[in-house]
Design a protein around this ligand. Structure first.
Ligand code: PEP
Ligand code: MN
Length: 261
């Protein structure tokens, strides 16, 4: 990460963990690995938007896993697709957070109904320990992306609790690396400048395969992003979703410190 004066935060925000929560064992390992590395938030994702029917997350059955994470003194992060998800998660997790604990909810790329975005933001804004992260929409449009930030702010979320995220745009034409989603770093920096909201980069959903995830992280390091969100799994080959792009924890270490052997 480039830590020149344009970063809005002193310390980069690091979010890592599996694409989706799958089992208690997987989350126990993730808690251990995540704590060792002092990451800011652990991905414990319960609801997955899917292109085709398939494993779409543990849903509310997975809420005890969020509680386990909060009790282990590591901050959980997950996508909420509906306002009901946001409320359900906040009701279960907030009373269990340890001192200085935080909860991060995010609005995914495919969730482009502004009424839902605003309502999720309204619910999240009720507790200052809740951070809201928004990912850019799948198609290329600076105006739409800026609009998402506008919608969630109009829902009452404070800027200090808001984080933006660039996860690339659906490929359309030039894509020599065969990326899953193509980043537009210049646009991301423009949005950051205009909105003054910290912005993370997502090398996982841009890269799509491990080799490209590492390349994307390296490329993004030339820009003043305020952190990253990365998919990491103890056994990527056995993952139920996004198996090709999830890093092992060792690969994640290398992504953070490319000079490690
Ligand atoms: C995710 O981070 O799990 C995800 C589905 O990403 P996106 O919404 O960017 O596709
Ligand atoms: Mn994923």
């Amino acid at each position: 990460m480039n830590t020149n004066k344009k970063t809005l935060r002193k310390k980069p925000i690091i979010i890592a963990g599996p694409c989706a929560a799958e089992s208690e064992e997987q989350i126990e390992i993730a808690i251990r690995e995540g704590k060792q590395r002092k990451i800011d938030f652990l991905r414990v994702n319960l609801w997955k938007p899917r292109t085709k029917p398939g494993f779409d997350g543990l849903g509310k059955e997975g809420i005890p896993l969020l509680v386990k994470v909060a009790k282990a003194d590591i901050n959980p992060a997950l996508e909420v697709i509906t306002p009901e998800h946001a409320k359900m998660v906040m009701d279960a997790v907030l009373p269990m957070l340890r001192k200085d604990g935080r909860l991060l909810l995010w609005i995914g790329s495919r969730n482009q109904n502004h009424l839902i975005q605003r309502e999720i933001a309204r619910i999240a804004s009720k507790d200052q320990r809740v951070y809201l992260l928004v990912k850019n929409q799948p198609w290329v449009s600076e105006e739409h992306w800026e609009g998402i930030i506008g919608h969630v702010l109009s829902g009452g979320i404070r800027k200090v609790n808001l984080i933006n995220c660039h996860r690339g745009f659906m490929p359309n034409g030039h894509n020599p690396l065969g990326l899953r989603n193509v980043p537009d770093f210049a646009m991301a920096m423009k949005i950051k400048e205009k909105t003054k909201v910290p912005i993370l980069f997502d090398p996982s959903h841009t890269g799509g395969i491990v080799e490209n995830v590492l390349k994307m992280a390296q490329e993004a390091a030339q820009y003043p992003f305020d952190g990253i969100i990365v998919e990491v799994h103890h056994n990527p080959k056995g993952a139920l979703t996004d198996a090709k792009q999830q890093l092992t924890w060792k690969q994640f270490d290398k992504l953070l410190k490319p000079n490690l052997n």
